[in-house]
Ligand binder design. Structure first.
Ligand SMILES: [Zn+2]
Length: 381
């Protein structure tokens, strides 16, 4: 193994041949194995410059991230650099106000609004639509200042509801998604081999493919029925990236499993000259837990089928399991949340009648949320 000295420079893998930017080992731009938009944590700084990272981020990674955004939203994944799960646009409205799907699949108002009008006797009136008490109170306060205490106010608070936008989850897996998948697997490889290996001839084609210079899309197979070693239960609905190399077959194959369901197999090289290799990275995008382990690459690579048969039937069953898990998690969270709220809202020494009113309201709301009916509830300010 070469030792890295501070004078050594390595070239960006994705820069054009006639103008490659260079950087010291481990000082390049941070490339994530699993995209940070999907909750990935681990990365490599031995691959590319910041310009190429940004360029390919816009060109391919953002496309893949958008494709999986509905799932990332519904699972309420926790992201390292980009914060909370993505927000999804919704066509739904409530009393004319545009709704959106917030992290965790919750309907909410896209924007708090105030509608001004007049009462029958000519006094100013305004109607506040807000997502929470603080927001409603703030808007109410600023309008009271504007109109004075004589204004008639009606303030309503929309409690959020959980819809099932997965009905509209359309999974396209085009050229950009394929290239981004190949890039993630190449990044995993870069975390475990010498930087020179990533820059060798045996990986040149896949690098050029990721870069959009050549089309070897046939080497990237979504939904291929290929056996992977079992992962810990914790990662059952997480992401797995796996690279395995066979010295005997001279093949380097990568497998990506997103949300424990969507499998993409990439032939990274068919002229591998290195040793047998097996590296696996698992991350649960909800908890942020992640692990990297080594596996027996030679044996695993040899077990991969030589004829490649996509298996849509298996994918259908897997998606069913994924949605079942998602609904179960959301239901549990919802029920526990309502129970906590009821406990907090019942004052000490409350009368039977008062308790009944609070419990009835909560039961009514829970029913609507479980039935995915958007609704609002009036808030006393
Ligand atoms: Zn570059």
């Amino acid at each position: 193994m070469d030792s890295d000295t501070s004078e050594q420079q390595i070239a960006c893998v994705y820069c054009p041949e006639d103008g490659k930017k260079t950087f010291p080992p481990k000082k390049g731009s941070l490339e994530h194995v699993i995209l940070s938009a999907l909750g990935g944590r681990k990365g490599s700084r031995n691959i590319c410059c910041m310009d190429c990272n940004n360029r390919l981020g816009l060109e391919i990674d953002d496309v893949l991230a958008r494709t999986f955004a509905p799932l990332a939203n519904q699972f309420n994944i926790q992201r390292d650099r980009r914060g909370a799960a993505p927000i999804i646009a919704s066509k739904e409205t409530l009393d004319g106000a545009q709704l959106e799907v917030g992290p965790g699949g919750q309907y909410r108002l896209k924007k708090a609004t105030v509608t001004e009008s007049e009462t029958a006797d000519g006094r100013p009136s305004f109607y506040v639509q807000a997502n929470n008490l603080e927001e409603a109170d703030r808007l109410r306060g600023s309008y009271l200042k504007k109109f004075g205490p004589n204004a008639q106010t009606t303030t309503e608070y929309f409690a959020t509801s959980t819809p099932a936008p997965l009905h509209a989850f359309e999974l396209k897996f085009g050229d950009a998604e394929k290239r981004s998948s190949a890039k993630m697997l190449l990044t995993l490889l870069a975390t475990s081999v010498h930087p020179d290996r990533i820059r060798s001839d045996e990986l040149r084609d896949i690098v050029r493919y990721i870069n959009g210079e050549i089309n070897i899309g046939h080497r990237v197979q979504p939904w291929l029925n290929i056996a992977m070693p079992a992962t810990k239960e914790e990662y059952r609905f997480g992401h797995v990236a796996l690279v395995v190399a066979s010295a005997e077959l001279k093949q380097l194959v990568g497998v990506l499993l997103l949300f424990g369901t969507f499998k993409v197999t990439v032939l990274l090289s068919d002229s591998w000259s290195g040793p047998a290799l097996g590296v696996r990275y698992c991350v649960d995008p909800c908890s942020g837990h992640h692990d990297t382990d080594r596996i027996d690459g030679e044996t695993l690579a040899q077990s991969f089928p030589q004829s490649e048969i996509p298996c849509d039937a298996d994918l259908g069953a897997d998606i069913g399991a994924l949605i079942g898990e998602l609904q179960e998690r959301q239901r549990t969270k919802l029920i526990m949340g309502v129970i906590e709220e009821v406990k907090a809202r019942i004052p000490e020494g409350a009368s039977q009648e008062e308790i009944k009113r609070i419990v009835d309201e909560a039961a009514n709301r829970l029913t609507k949320e479980l039935l995915k009916i958007p609704y609002k509830r009036r808030l006393d300010l």
